[in-house]
Design a protein around this ligand. Sequence first.
Ligand code: V1S
Ligand code: CA
Ligand code: ZN
Length: 393
Amino acid sequence: EYNIVRPKGYTVSYHATSEMEKHHFGQTHPMKPWRLTLTKSLVTAYGMPFAMDNYNTRHATYEELNSFHSSDYLDYLATAAPEDQPRDLDNPDKDVKFNLGGSDCPLFHGLYDYCSMSAGTSLDAARKICNKQSDIAIAWGGGLHHAKKSEASGFCYINDIVLAILELLRLYPRVLYIDIDVHHGDGVEEAFFSTDRVMTVSFHKYQPEVFFPGTGGLHDNGPKSEHNPGAHHAINVPLNDGITDEQYEHLFTSIIGKVNTHFRPSAIALQCGADSLAGDRLGRFNLKVEGHAACVRYCKSLGIPMILFGGGGYTPRNVARAWAYETSIAIGADQNIPAEIPQHAPWRQHFVHDTLFPTLEQSMSEPRNNKNTDKRLRDIVSHVHEQLRFVQH
Ligand code: V1S
Ligand code: CA
Ligand code: ZN
């Protein structure tokens, strides 16, 4: 009923599985896998699946996970049972192995299945890009950027992004990783710290000791030794509370535009964490769906094969809005879908406001004070431009 048609000569693939969405981290835990169900239902209510190749994803194999993660970590992840969680209620994070079983990364039933499905989604997306069967591949179930080789961190157990980028590197000489989650993409940055074939750029709230994970300062740009090829290939954009659409868009386009001309990526991996939206349960920014989605629109305009990953996002109705709208940008249908949430969308009542684009006032009772001065943002841009003088591909 909407004018959603398959773009000519352009293929978008959507990788998901309803099995992943059934898992629970626990009652009080902010990560709610059913936000993926809500996203898919909105995408479907708008008729977008007609314009994409839709794939039900498989579990990634142990060997695939092992291309980044260590065997001892994977073996523990595969066998640890929720009953093994430490019961010391005063100090719940004490004695946890591989950071598994604490409050951030609890052990829950079906954990290994959940992790291997998230990774399977991102690996399938990467393969579609490598086979040239997709121009944009969407993996909203991935984007778990904090996971380390042998450690879980910040709700992330398996770093599906690292696995997908490793897959892209088999074919493409250079991959640009961009991360608009409100948290620093530390796991991906660390994994590719010593190579000049991956440039990582993370935009995030930065306040060490206060805001998770506490890393990603402006001057953290990769190995300090000029002899290490990874030098200057990590870009960090540390921000304060309350940044607006206008400021963020300007920062994003001036930084990514310059990165694109210096680094000349052959593929882009864009982590679209939706916790950078206004009104997020854990986030601190004042971004609207329009501002968040402008990043996706800009990256698409560069005309480079791209994977879109999910990530954080703790107010499920806003996660679904952003990711559904960003899906419409990928297929070029953003001008053809009405802002009003379709009458027949399941869970329509969850959205509270019947629009894809809530105002700041609708997103939160009181918008946050903007603590980002234009002077500071100019200084960030000029530091990044200086770093890029050392990058010439
Ligand atoms: N901010 C935050 C936050 N909230 C929680 C949390 C709250 C309730 C629970 F039942 C369990 C956990 N943990 C945190 C952060 C981790 C944020 C991870 C973001 C992940 C991502 O969006 O970037 C990608 C998916 N953890 C901490 O701040 C660590 C603590 C230091 C404080 C909180 N306690 C619960 C654990 C230790
Ligand atoms: Ca980020
Ligand atoms: Zn996050």
